[in-house]
Design a binder for this molecule. Structure first.
Ligand code: NAG
Ligand code: NAG
Ligand code: NAG
Ligand code: NAG
Ligand code: NAG
Ligand code: NAG
Ligand code: NAG
Ligand code: NAG
Ligand code: NAG
Ligand code: NAG
Ligand code: NAG
Ligand code: NAG
Length: 666
């Protein structure tokens, strides 16, 4: 009876097992994370069919003593076992997991292990990589126990097969190191795992446990060139300047795995550049606020395998003042919040030496300490919150002297019988030896000497009221607070009254006379055109000439309006024009174009032109272009003469009237 019940129960439980499908756990692994004898163990396994209320019992069976030495129940798929609970770990054991769901149980495969041999290191961690062309150096963290290990490394070009290699490391080093040979110009991926190397001889029969693979690391090319940096003034404040810095990211194959930029901003002149802490940014721009003096910026791009060369740029100081502005603020800032900066500025513009700085000196301290007669420049900066500001800046001399040189290149020109012009180059700042206040100009001629004083920013002077035919000496010297410097002199002689005209003037005059004569002759020739006294003949500019129809002899300018360009038909033009709205045309023979213009409404002023031919060849350099003037309004008694050939001056232009303005080469 009892047996039958047991049998039935058994049958029942078997059918239950099958019904719920108690799938045993797999991949049971027990290990310690270092080779040392006092390590605790970790066991874990996988459950292919995990359900709520599942309980797992881990068993260990001592094969030699034929007894169960360990059994613990858990509802997780791992179990941490402190060493003390395990008894000896040097003998072979059978280990397995029993899974129990709703009173149904199944066992996993039983593994024969010697616990002491089960060492699974943590996955390796690449602490740094550096690459030079095809050489990749890898540094790796040591395993927990500092022991020698065997690594397997594998690498591939992205998208292709892994290649692998193994290497062994030493005991008791600070870090593990490996050099991998790669192709120069290729981006790679690298991954490693490791296992214990020298375990005790009893472990020979055992499978070694590899650590997990490390995460895949992308290996870019090294960054070969320094970033190209540019800066742009964004805002100029009263006491500071804002700049936008931007730079280029390295090419894609150098940027794989990410690039960061290390910026060193040297913007506080009193700070030791060596003590500046770099800032690291990931974007390719940065905004800085700086003082009015020079600022230095250095940028390094960094990727996984190394650094680019350093790019250093200097943002120059604002333009130096030539004179101290009156209103300079004074500061009572605390010593470490202020910074006095000064340097020699011999030529007033370029700093040749490094600036000197101090955060506890005052301007009075340095004023007397610098070289005499040489221009220096100082800045007073303060730190306001995190902003840097310049509250004073000035050129200064510890002591001023007189200039040691007169102005160079003193020239005279435009000398007439009563005046002359002199010019000179500024005395260079080096030679001023103080703040130049004035130029003194002595004009000596005959018995008399006259002194003129000119502001220091003048570089020419017009001397009037001279006597004709007298030789003059002009002496020019600069003056500072300390006195005047040496003279630079120039001599000239004014023209005598009779021969007051220079040969250039005479030439111009004779040209004018000839021109006037020509005008008269030509005017006579142009019988129908009342001769006029002409102004100097201006050179005609045809395409945009203000071609004028004078209104009642008015010589003032009248605008020409070009309305349209039309191709002209021959017979149309050859017809005598009797229209009351005559047209003007500009005929550009070379291009076969005739520009027609509608006449301006007001035709009263045209009366003078009535007898004129309508076409002119401007003379002489505009040959090939024919300007057609408006057909004069022809009264019924007017005779249209076609074959007249006349020359005339008209409004300063010399025209040769030609017949047949319509004789174009269309
Ligand atoms: C099993 O899990 C439940 C909750 O998920 C928890 O309360 C319980 O303590 C666990 N039992 C063991 C033995 O870990
Ligand atoms: C790699 O390591 C070797 C040996 O330490 C060294 O000589 C070489 O310069 C390193 N190469 C790079 C790119 O760091
Ligand atoms: C490379 O990997 C293959 C397959 O995993 C393995 O058989 C071989 O031993 C490995 N070679 C090295 C040098 O580790
Ligand atoms: C590994 O060995 C080095 C050199 O002997 C030693 O300085 C270091 O402290 C050791 N590290 C550990 C974790 O034992
Ligand atoms: C790799 O770089 C080295 C040094 O820059 C050069 O001599 C060599 O030709 C390069 N090889 C390839 C395949 O580009
Ligand atoms: C060693 O590995 C093989 C195949 O992976 C396995 O069949 C065997 O049970 C393992 N032995 C031990 C002691 O883990
Ligand atoms: C410069 O930086 C400011 C922020 O400080 C930003 O508003 C501005 O757009 C930037 N200008 C340029 C040209 O990038
Ligand atoms: C100013 O500071 C310097 C060091 O920075 C120190 O040597 C010097 O004695 C200080 N001078 C005064 C007047 O405090
Ligand atoms: C000479 O005087 C004329 C007219 O005053 C002026 O146009 C010219 O520029 C002067 N010459 C020079 C060299 O300045
Ligand atoms: C010198 O000055 C006097 C007085 O102004 C004047 O009469 C005389 O003509 C001047 N002589 C010459 C050569 O400039
Ligand atoms: C410059 O010339 C003027 C006039 O000739 C003279 O009075 C003056 O003393 C001279 N200055 C120097 C420094 O020689
Ligand atoms: C103009 O002269 C040409 C040749 O000299 C002649 O053939 C033509 O008939 C003349 N026209 C008039 C209108 O006189």
């Amino acid at each position: 009876m009892e047996i039958r019940v047991v049998w039935l129960l058994l049958m029942f439980s078997v059918s239950l097992v099958e019904a719920t499908g108690c799938l045993p756990t797999t991949n049971l692994q027990c290990y310690k994370t270092a080779t040392k004898d006092d390590e605790d163990f970790m066991c874990n396994w996988e459950d292919p069919n995990m359900e709520k209320n599942t309980r797992y019992t881990l068993y260990m069976w001592d094969i030699e003593k034929k007894k169960n030495v360990f059994s613990e129940t858990t509802n997780n798929t791992n179990y941490y076992i402190i060493l003390e609970k395990l008894g000896t770990i040097f003998r072979e054991r059978e280990i397995w997991v029993q899974k129990e769901v709703d009173n149904v149980a199944c066992n996993s495969i039983k593994n024969k292990v010697i616990l002491q041999c089960l060492v699974k290191y943590s996955e390796p961690h690449i602490t740094s990589t550096s690459r030079s062309a095809g050489i990749l150096n890898l540094t790796l963290d040591k395993p927990k126990d500092n022991r020698s290990v065997i690594y397997e490394i594998r690498w591939r070009e992205i998208g292709s097969e892994w290649q692998n290699a193994t290497f062994k490391t030493e005991d008791n080093t600070y870090q593990d190191f490996y050099t991998l040979q790669l192709q120069n110009q290729t981006v790679y991926q690298v991954q490693l795992r490791r296992r214990a190397n020298a375990l005790s001889p009893i472990c020979d029969s055992q499978n070694v446990t590899w650590s997990d693979w490390s995460t895949i690391v992308d290996v870019p090319l090294e960054i070969r060139s320094a970033p190209k940096v540019s800066y742009k003034l964004w805002k100029h404040h009263n006491h500071s300047r804002d700049f936008n810095l931007t730079w280029d990211a390295p090419p894609a194959e150098e940027s794989v795995g990410g690039v960061t930029y290390k910026l060193k901003l040297s913007v506080w002149p009193c700070e030791d550049p060596k003590k500046i802490k770099p800032i690291t940014v990931t974007q390719t721009y940065h905004n800085i606020s700086i003082t009015f003096s020079e600022a230095n910026v250095s940028i390094i791009a960094e990727n996984k395998v190394g650094n680019s060369p350093t790019r250093s740029i200097t943002i120059p100081a604002v333009k130096h003042f030539n004179n101290c502005p009156k209103h300079q603020s004074k500061t009572n800032a605390k010593p470490n919040k202020k910074c006095l900066e000064w340097y020699k500025l011999e030529d007033g513009e370029t700093r040749l030496q490094a600036a000197k700085t101090s955060n506890n000196k005052t301007f009075q301290d340095i004023e007397k300490s610098v070289e005499m007669f040489v221009r220096h420049y100082y800045f007073l900066h303060i730190k306001k919150k995190s902003n840097f500001q310049t509250i004073a800046r000035c050129p200064f001399y510890s002591k001023e002297g007189a200039p040691n040189k007169g102005p160079d290149n003193v020239l005279h020109f435009n000398v007439t019988h009563e005046s002359a012009m002199v010019s000179w180059h500024f005395i260079p700042v080096e030679n001023q030896r103080g703040f130049l206040l004035q130029y003194l100009i002595w004009v000596s001629g005959g018995e008399n000497t006259t002194l003129y004083r000119l502001p220091a920013n003048e570089k020419s002077f017009f001397i009037k009221n001279l006597h004709p035919g007298t030789s003059y000496t002009v002496s020019i010297a600069g003056r500072t607070k300390a006195g005047e410097g040496p003279n630079s002199t120039v001599n000239f002689e004014t023209l005598s009254k009779g021969a007051a005209l220079s040969w250039q003037d005479q030439t111009i005059l004779s040209v004018c006379v000839v021109a006037v004569l020509c005008t008269i002759i030509c005017s006579v020739a142009a019988r129908r055109f009342r001769s006029k006294l002409l102004p100097v003949v201006p050179s005609p500019v045809i395409p945009s000439t203000d071609f004028i129809i004078p209104h009642n002899q008015d010589m003032s300018q009248v605008k020409e309006e070009v309305h349209e360009v039309v191709l002209l038909q021959l017979q149309e033009l050859s017809k005598p024009k009797l229209s009351t709205t005559p047209e003007r045309c500009t005929l550009l023979q070379d291009f076969g174009l005739v520009v027609f213009e509608e006449e301006e409404d007001d035709e009263e002023g045209v009366t003078d032109l009535r007898p004129m031919k309508s076409c002119f060849y401007p003379n002489p350099s505009y040959r090939g272009q024919v300007i057609c003037l408006p057909e004069p309004i022809l009264t019924s008694e007017s005779i249209y003469k076609e074959n007249d050939t006349e020359s005339t001056y008209r409004n300063g232009l010399f025209f040769e009237t030609v017949p047949e303005c319509d004789e174009t080469s269309l």
